[in-house]
Design a protein. Structure first.
Length: 139
């Protein structure tokens, strides 16, 4: 199991390192995985999509399907770049926008329809909100 933060130093960081290692071990244990074959990134500020790495990985493995979508991704996906990567390897590009469909509809986040072959979403979360608006308007 690699811990990239262990290469950095600042005062008091040894306690952060201990906590990070503990969190990594617990994350692996929760899914019954060993640290020799698997890693766990538990850093709260990481998690951004590395499009260069995505491109290298897709070129290496040549998937038939690339899926975009996240529960709590605080940024827009770079759909044009993902489209280029998918086209280069002959893959379908799919966006699961269940968690961001309202933000896409309100044009707060980028719209995936122009770039993705498949877009999935849900209605029950947004629909509940719309029902409550309708009920309030009819009062």
């Amino acid at each position: 199991m690699k811990n990239w933060n262990l290469t950095l130093y600042y005062g008091g960081k040894e306690y952060i390192d201990e906590l990070e290692i503990l969190c990594q071990k617990r994350a692996l244990a929760a899914f019954h995985l060993d640290g020799k074959n698997w890693g766990a990134n538990v850093q709260p500020l990481s998690g951004l999509v590395d499009y260069d790495k995505l491109e290298k990985t897709a070129t290496l493995f040549r998937p038939k399907h690339i899926i975009a979508g996240a529960t709590a991704y605080p940024r827009d996906f770079d759909y044009p770049r993902m489209r280029e990567i998918a086209d280069a390897v002959g893959a379908f590009l799919m966006e699961d926008m269940a968690h961001i469909s309202g933000l896409v509809a309100a044009s707060v986040l980028a719209n995936p329809f122009e770039y993705c072959d498949i877009v999935t979403t849900i209605t029950h979360k947004v629909e509940k909100y719309l029902r409550s608006l309708k009920e309030e308007r009819n009062l």
